[in-house]
Ligand binder design. Structure first.
Ligand SMILES: *Cc1c(COP(=O)(O)O)cnc(C)c1O
Length: 683
């Protein structure tokens, strides 16, 4: 049951934003037959102002007052209102505050209407053409996607959009169909309008949030770039990082500051500081770990007592559960959203084996679970129920523990206090994952599937991994295999290592793992590294391009958009007049042979430099070469009349059959990348 609690605004660290006259700043957007107004709050997150839009004000229609009550509340219509407010209202808010940022970074597609609103500004207020405006908006926008499955992205029906933004296409001086196509993978199809595709249409740079997720994202949006291979798409990645000062325990923070020395805190992604952990005595590290585990266990006892009482569990089981929790046992943590792909059930595939593991007399262990499921995710909620059921069995009381109300406070205690952090998602659905990154900053070892960040973070001797490749397509088999591997690693490696102690009761091998973890993993997963990556891979590029546009008095985007129009118009009627490729079916080539290709195009008004022809070597399947092996550019000759001959002469480096195709694409020196125009023809 969802419970609404009214906010006490005087108790929150937020303040109303007021204008020069002391009036509360409000933004307005037009909805059918009325305006929807939102008042503006400000939260200071460190040095960064965060603005919040709140529609719960009297002047609004009753149905609009609750638009901002819940993040994931209501129906599709409510969702659309939220996203119009965020995107369109967000840009209007910035303007009201006189803020004109150089770049716009869209986090997921939720705010993608910001692109439409910015286009409207250029078209209506600056009287720029739509094409020119689009180039300007794109050159200053980065879109980051976090969601590896298509169903996780926001979609709206065209009918709903027609009700809410019927006037927008006119304002942008384009047709309704043109505007709707900005949100479709396949233009003119009857698919729903995707906010992520809209974001891609209005952003020049796109990224996923880990190396694997970058690849998954390229596969997901491949149809937007027909004629290209997934590997070629202009979609990169920045692996997520976490804010060290927020997640490290004060004990480690102090110790790190002492041993890493001056400069560390402003240069956290520098390995040379973290490596100094090897100089620290094992006793010091072990003592800190034990203290942090003890803090966690005492917090858990307290919470468990309260939660079980609230759930009306018997006094006997409450006492047993609280007593069983032990500050000296090897402690595993698993806490996150309970989406089914996170596979919280993996540990419970074989309860007899799990029983033997947790109840080993010499090497006992305890598992702490925490998390919430999305209100609409029945399967996720059932998973939680299932774990609570198991935790009530006599053999598991106080050994398998589920803690409710997972939030940042509990997350902190867990990632600081457990010995091992687990994450076992279905590959490759963990976009990044960040809780394990919080854990490594506290010397907590990870035991996780090589997916998301851990595929990049794992180092031998610094935690444990379930391998990246799937063995089975069938998910049930894969789950069985993964849980089997988990049990084996737990029984044979992880648990024995923890309990293998010196005469001073120090687990030396375990401490080696902790030191390796500190020295080799966290420097790569700090917020500092992440922001540096965004700056060097994306922000700088966009800023330079935007500045170039401004410096040209917007002549570059204007010319570039006119050129695009010309190419699009001409493209389908460019004719191949002649083509000369050695017949590879009747001839095998020897090393050193020459391989000459030429092609004559009737240019339909385009110049030689407007068209690039790539020769692709590889095996041909479904009109495209798969796998893609190698690509060389052909050289154009002079334009004679309306034709141009392009040619390529190569020396064969590996003998045998040479299988090639030619790919034709538009080319212009002002392109941000060659895939910018979605026109490709395979010849
Ligand atoms: C870090 C954190 C998450 C994200 O964890 P993942 O490993 O990315 O699933 C979720 N909820 C809370 C409260 C967190 O602190």
């Amino acid at each position: 049951m969802a419970i609404d609690t009214p906010q006490r605004f005087t108790h929150l660290p937020i303040i109303p934003v007021r204008d020069a006259n002391g009036e509360w700043v409000k933004v307005k957007i037009a909805l059918p037959a009325r305006n929807m107004t939102a008042k503006v709050w400000r939260v200071d997150v460190g040095r960064v102002p965060l603005y919040l839009l709140d529609t719960d004000i009297e002047c609004n229609w009753e149905a609009d007052r609750s638009v901002t009550h819940h993040l994931y509340g209501g129906d599709r219509e409510n969702r659309l209102k939220q996203e119009l407010l965020l995107g369109v209202g967000g840009i209007r808010l910035l303007r009201q505050l006189n803020l004109n940022p150089q770049l716009y970074h869209l986090n997921e597609g939720h705010a993608a209407f910001a692109g439409l609103e910015r286009l409207r500004e250029y078209v209506q207020d600056s009287h720029f053409s739509f094409g020119k405006s689009l180039e300007i908006v794109r050159a200053s926008t980065l879109f980051t996607t976090h969601t590896p499955v298509p169903a996780g992205h926001d979609y709206f029906t065209e009918d709903l959009l027609r009700t809410y933004i019927p006037h927008y296409a006119d304002r942008l001086t384009i047709s309704w169909q043109q505007m709707i196509n900005m949100g479709k993978m396949h233009p003119n199809s009857n698919e729903k309008f995707s906010m992520s595709v809209l974001a891609i249409s209005t952003a020049e740079e796109i990224n996923g949030v880990s190396k694997i997720h970058g690849r998954v994202t390229r596969d997901m949006f491949l149809d937007l770039y027909q004629g290209y291979y997934a590997d070629e798409l202009p979609i990169g990645y920045v692996t997520n990082g976490v804010h060290y000062p927020s997640w490290v325990s004060p004990k480690w923070h102090k110790l790190h500051s002492e041993i890493f020395g001056e400069g560390f805190i402003t240069d956290q992604s520098n390995l040379k500081y973290w490596e100094k952990i090897y100089d620290v005595d094992n006793e010091v590290i072990w003592k800190t770990r034990n203290e942090l585990r003890a803090i966690l266990i005492s917090t858990l006892k307290q919470r468990l007592r309260e939660e079980m009482t609230k759930r009306l569990e018997s006094p006997k089981s409450i006492i047993k559960a609280v007593d069983e929790l032990n500050a000296n046992k090897l402690t595993f943590g698993f806490a996150r959203r309970f989406a089914t792909y996170k596979r919280a059930h993996l540990l419970f595939q074989n309860l007899d084996r799990l029983n033997a593991i947790v109840n080993s007399p010499k090497c006992p262990v305890q598992f702490i679970f925490a998390g919430k499921a999305h209100p609409a995710d029945k399967a996720g909620q059932d998973l939680i129920k299932g774990i609570i059921e198991i935790s009530r069995r006599p053999e598991f009381i106080g050994k398998i523990v589920f803690v409710e109300d997972y939030d940042m406070e509990l997350a902190k205690k867990l990632v600081q206090g457990v010995d091992v952090w687990m994450n076992t998602p279905t590959r490759p659905l963990e976009a990044s994952g960040t809780s394990g990154e919080k854990a490594v900053m506290n010397g907590v070892l990870n035991f996780s599937v090589l997916d998301g960040w851990w595929a990049e973070g794992y180092k031998e001797g610094a935690g444990w991994a379930l391998k990246e490749e799937r063995t089975y397509d069938n998910q049930e088999y894969q789950d069985i295999l993964d849980s089997e591997t988990m049990y084996q690693l737990l029984e044979n490696e992880i648990i024995p290592m923890f309990y293998n102690r010196t005469s001073q009761d120090i687990p030396e091998d375990w401490l080696k793992q902790i030191k390796n973890t500190f020295a080799q993993i966290p420097p790569y997963f700090t917020m500092k590294r992440m922001v540096d990556d965004y700056l060097s891979n994306f922000y700088s590029k966009l800023a330079a391009r935007s500045q170039k546009y401004i410096d040209s008095g917007y002549k570059i985007p204007s010319d570039y958009s006119a050129w695009k129009k010309k190419v699009i118009r001409a493209w389908n009627n460019i004719e191949v007049k002649a083509i000369n490729i050695p017949d590879s079916s009747s001839k095998t080539f020897k090393v050193g042979d020459k391989f000459d290709i030429s092609i004559v195009l009737k240019m339909n008004g385009l110049d030689a430099k407007d068209i690039a022809l790539d020769v692709i070597h590889g095996r041909k399947e479904n009109d495209m070469h798969k796998p893609y092996i190698k690509c060389s550019r052909m050289t154009p000759g002079e334009k004679i009349g309306s034709t141009v001959e392009y040619h390529l002469s190569e020396v064969i480096k590996s003998p045998g059959i040479v299988d090639v195709s030619i790919r034709m694409r538009p080319q212009n020196e002002d392109m941000p990348y060659e895939q910018d125009l979605r026109l490709v023809r395979w010849i």
